[in-house]
Design a protein around this ligand. Structure first.
Ligand SMILES: [Zn+2]
Ligand SMILES: [Zn+2]
Length: 443
């Protein structure tokens, strides 16, 4: 699913270009909406087969897909209201699917644990390995055999790969063999800031803000980044770098994803497990409160200072974060901590760009609070992380397809692989182009 901006609406509404009824099965690497968001539409248009993913991905889909249907219908209604008032002249796109389509899609999911073989059709053996990107994220390892070849073809699909040494996820599992590899390249052209300097920045912003008597507002994606920030805050208190903190998590979806994260500690990295065990022993070290109802959320607006408020959406486009920004942006002692990518045209981007006034909840709001951008947190491996994962292969894959990146990121990453690893045949596949794969032993 394309996300962000008006253009994505028309792209998502385009026909698939194939008949969904012809598909036998679907394999999903993780729950992020850019990967899963069109599945209900695929089912609604005739796809009846099983959808394979990990159990944690299924749990996240149960949170994310209904939310996607909900956002689409409320956006649609808002556009209709604006059109009725003559304030909207663009094309109106119907919601892509309804909650009922989501329920149907979820019924088609078959959850398969990491490391467990499954055979979605004759000749195909597959397995998921932990990609360290978000909860439930998987690398797909597939052995595909047909009558024409003695040996199966080993196809590895990286899915989205996590960064090395994340505060919460394990490093992506190394895979040793592939005839053909499909690898992501989102940050194939850049390096993240080191985790140490990222932590130093966070510590200084938190200390400055709390000592100055302000609140710290942290716009955060409900799934992934919120949990990462919570683990980081606990870990920084544990290591004596921060004092006791009052943290409020104000997003129902983030609350659901956090409790899921706790249930699935075994899938997280070692550092997250240690942090969590320490917090269980020292619960007084941080007051973390999950805000459920709207009244309680509004009550947070009366807190003058000393609070850390984590809320969604991550790009400040919608949701409860708007209220927290409305109340805190005009306060010069408060601060906003931006921890993720802010797309062009979003309120988050306007704050990052340093605008002194922003439009928010129908009003002009003065920005007196300080705005801090933390660059080092990412759910994606950077170029070095991607290369580290690629080095896990004992022999170069005969063919490597570089996907999931903007053109420049993919091209730069192709150069980096050539330079660092000397792999043969690196392909930037075009949309809609077909490729025929052979086992490497075959000519
Ligand atoms: Zn992802
Ligand atoms: Zn992705």
């Amino acid at each position: 699913m394309f996300q962000g901006g008006h253009e994505s609406l028309s792209k998502n509404a385009e026909p698939f270009g194939f008949d969904p009824a012809d598909i036998d099965f679907l394999v999903l690497t993780h729950a992020h909406i850019d990967h899963s968001g069109l599945i209900p539409r695929l089912c609604q248009q005739g796809f009846k087969g099983p959808i394979y993913c990990t159990p944690s991905t299924l749990e996240l889909l149960k949170i994310l897909l209904p939310d996607s249907a909900h956002i689409q219908s409320s956006d649609y209604e808002r556009v209709l209201r604006r059109k009725a008032k003559g304030k909207y002249r663009g094309e109106v796109y119907n919601p892509l699917y309804t909650l009922r389509d989501v329920d149907q899609a979820l019924l088609q999911v078959r959850a398969i644990a990491y490391g467990t073989r499954f055979a979605p059709c004759e000749g195909a053996q597959m397995q998921f390995e932990n990609a360290g990107h978000i909860l439930g994220s998987a690398i797909l390892v597939a052995n595909l055999k047909d009558d024409a070849h003695e040996q199966p073809l080993r196809l590895v699909f990286s899915g989205d790969l996590g960064m090395q040494h994340s505060p919460i996820m394990p490093n992506p599992t190394l895979i040793e063999e592939a005839d053909a590899l499909i690898v992501e390249s989102t940050y194939g052209d850049r390096l993240h800031r080191s985790m140490e300097s990222t932590e130093d920045e966070i510590v200084s912003v938190v200390r400055q803000t709390l000592e100055g008597g302000g609140n710290l507002v942290v716009p955060s994606f409900a799934v992934g980044r919120t949990q990462e920030m919570l683990f980081l805050f606990v870990d920084l208190v544990r290591r004596g770098r921060l004092p006791t903190l009052d943290v409020w998590v104000d997003s129902p979806m983030a609350t659901a994803a956090t409790s899921l994260t706790h249930k699935l500690l075994a899938e997280l990295g070692e550092r997250a497990r240690e942090t969590s065990a320490w917090f269980a022993q020292n619960p007084q070290a941080l007051n973390i409160r999950f805000v459920s109802d709207v009244e309680e959320s509004k009550a947070l607006n009366r807190i003058k200072g000393g609070a850390i408020i984590i809320s969604a959406s991550g790009m400040c486009e919608a949701g409860r974060i708007l209220h927290h920004l409305y109340w805190n942006l005009p306060k010069e002692h408060s601060a906003v901590l931006i921890t993720g990518f802010q797309a062009q045209g979003t309120l988050g981007r306007r704050l990052v760009d340093g605008q002194s006034k922003v439009r928010l909840l129908g009003e002009e709001v003065l920005v007196r609070a300080s705005i801090h951008t933390i660059g080092g947190l990412s759910a994606h491996a950077d170029q070095e992380g991607l290369l580290t994962w690629c080095r896990g292969f004992r022999l170069p894959p005969a063919r490597t397809f570089i996907v999931h990146g903007e053109q420049k990121a993919s091209e730069v990453f192709r150069e980096a692989i050539t330079h660092a690893l000397g792999w043969p045949e690196l392909v930037l596949p075009g949309r809609g182009v077909s490729y025929t794969l052979h086992p490497s032993s075959a000519s």
